[in-house]
Design a protein around this ligand. Structure first.
Ligand code: NAD
Ligand code: GLY
Length: 358
């Protein structure tokens, strides 16, 4: 079992990573405050893990809120169902929401906890690789709006993150690969040694070797904890964690959020961000090639859909990093170092968009 601290003063919290945590009463009791608990999950995860988790608590009052599965349900409506469950079960300010599931459940449940009675505690219990390496850490919560992804939300830190690595055994392959895209992202923007380790260990990760997965989760959480501790509300540094996301969100939106998983869209977006970085002379072709190769080795898509450059640019304007009308992009200066800038030649961006989106 490994513990990593997210150091945010009074809002600091531990991330615990290891096998068997869903039934580890000592860890659960120590890290989950409150007598009243509302477990928020979805239909898929409920079948697999809800009973396992709820039977692990002694002397607590536990209610459940089971949401439909899917990104299309990350809406104000489903957040409303969490409020309904909190009210119906007479939960007060000392209640704790437990987000049991992937990033969709975690984002909705965290947002509901941030707003209910102006904020109650919540604990992330991530069950996808993507949630264990990224979305459960850092306090970004929210839901989608028909006008764009994650447009409604709040920065609101969990009280703890408890990542049971055993849950990854039931994760579909495609979801595992989607999570690996975010690990590759961490290597690109922060840690060239992690990137090189991924190049060498991808087969073990895809075979779900426990030691390899545990290392990838732990290192990702360390990186994310470091970045979030320095810039919790994304004033500057934290934006580097959106490497590939501006292009990726345009791909997700252009394809109705139902064609690409989040990590798949990020994979495509990272290739495009690397392409623009290369056009600007920041990195050489070898870095872009290494990125494309490791994504291909993971089994992630490497050919963006032909959604059209103009349409993509329009969608990129909805990105939350847009300031005073300027689309800011995360680019690579070298492997392991990223910058956030709106100072890129417009013709270079146009060339990247046209080459990949048509
Ligand atoms: P997800 O939550 O939709 O989970 C993927 C699928 O796996 C779902 O069908 C889910 O029911 C199923 N599942 C979950 N755990 C399982 C398990 N152990 N075994 C079998 N099936 C399981 O998707 P995700 O990739 O976890 O998260 C994507 C979401 O996270 C997106 O909405 C994205 O915007 C968000 N996100 C948020 C942050 C953040 O910082 N808050 C960061 C990255 C992504
Ligand atoms: N996933 C990007 C962030 O949490 O900042």
């Amino acid at each position: 079992m490994q513990t990593i601290e997210v150091d945010l003063g009074a809002s600091s919290y531990p991330i615990t990573i290891g096998p068997g945590l869903l039934t580890d009463r000592e860890v659960l009791d120590a890290q989950i405050p409150g007598r009243d608990l509302l477990v928020v999950t979805n239909t898929t995860v409920a079948k697999l893990y809800l009973a396992k988790l709820t039977t692990s608590f002694a002397q607590r009052r536990i209610a459940e809120c089971i949401l439909p599965d899917g990104e299309q349900h990350k809406t104000l409506q489903t957040a409303g169902w969490v409020f309904d469950a909190l009210v119906a079960n007479k939960m007060n300010r000392d209640a704790t929401v437990l987000a049991l599931g992937g990033g969709v459940v975690g984002d909705i449940a965290g947002f509901a906890a941030a707003s209910y009675q102006r904020g109650i505690g919540y604990v992330q219990i991530p069950t996808t690789l993507l949630a264990q390496v990224d979305s459960s850490v850092g306090g970004k919560t929210g839901v989608n709006h028909p006008g764009g992804k994650n447009l409604i939300g709040a920065f609101y830190q969990p009280r703890a993150v408890i990542a049971d690595t055993d849950t990854l055994a039931t994760l579909p392959d495609r979801e595992l690969k989607s999570g690996l895209a975010e690990v590759i992202k961490h290597g690109c923007v922060w840690d060239p040694l992690l990137f090189a380790w991924l190049e060498r260990n991808m087969l073990q990760l895809l075979a779900r070797d426990v030691a390899a997965l545990t290392y990838a989760i732990g290192r990702s959480c360390e990186i994310k904890a470091t970045v979030v501790a320095r810039d919790e509300r994304e004033q500057d540094l934290r934006a580097i964690l959106n490497f590939g996301h501006t292009f990726g969100h345009a791909i997700e939106a252009a394809t109705n959020f139902d064609t690409y998983l989040h990590g798949e869209a990020v994979a495509l977006g990272m290739i495009m961000a690397a392409d623009l970085s290369q056009r600007m002379g920041l990195i050489d072709a070898a870095v872009k090639d290494r990125l494309r190769d490791v994504l291909a080795q993971t089994g992630l898509p490497t050919e963006p859909p032909r959604i059209g450059a103009a349409k993509a640019y329009e969608l990129m304007q909805m990105d939350k990093k847009v300031l005073a009308g300027a689309v800011r992009l995360v680019l690579l200066e070298k492997l392991g170092r990223a910058i956030v800038t709106d100072q890129y030649p417009k013709d270079a961006l146009e060339a990247t968009l046209t080459e990949y989106f048509g």
